[in-house]
Design a protein around this ligand. Structure first.
Ligand SMILES: N[C@@H](CCC(=O)N[C@@H](CS)C(=O)NCC(=O)O)C(=O)O
Length: 93
């Protein structure tokens, strides 16, 4: 079924295109019709620096989550990220 994608404010996904764990997360985004900015750490070294400085690890996928109070969390596990996105979309089936 086609439908509008919903933008998740305050979220960014750090990834690179051939990483299988990142593909898993990107497929979940597509399935859940969620849109967030994607930051490719291989084509943009500055994103890799941002990931390391903020999250502490050079590993992808990593979801950066900033709440309305400006507090930031860095979520690294693809399974955790998919479950989190499902909860955000209201579709945890
Ligand atoms: N447990 C992680 C594994 C992610 C993973 O191994 N990512 C690779 C890229 S495909 C990586 O970033 N490796 C670099 C490193 O671990 O330092 C997940 O499921 O998200």
């Amino acid at each position: 079924m086609k439908g509008a994608r919903r933008r998740l404010e305050g979220h960014e996904l750090f990834y690179f295109s051939t990483c299988p764990y990142c593909i898993r997360v990107r497929l979940a985004l597509r399935r859940l019709k969620l849109e967030i900015p994607l930051k490719n750490i291989l084509t943009h070294p500055e994103y890799n620096s941002e990931l390391l400085a903020g999250g502490g690890e050079e590993q992808v996928p990593c979801l950066r989550i900033e709440n309305e109070q400006g507090e930031v969390r860095w979520m690294y596990e693809s399974g955790d990220i998919v479950r989190y996105l499902e909860r955000q979309s209201g579709n945890s089936a």
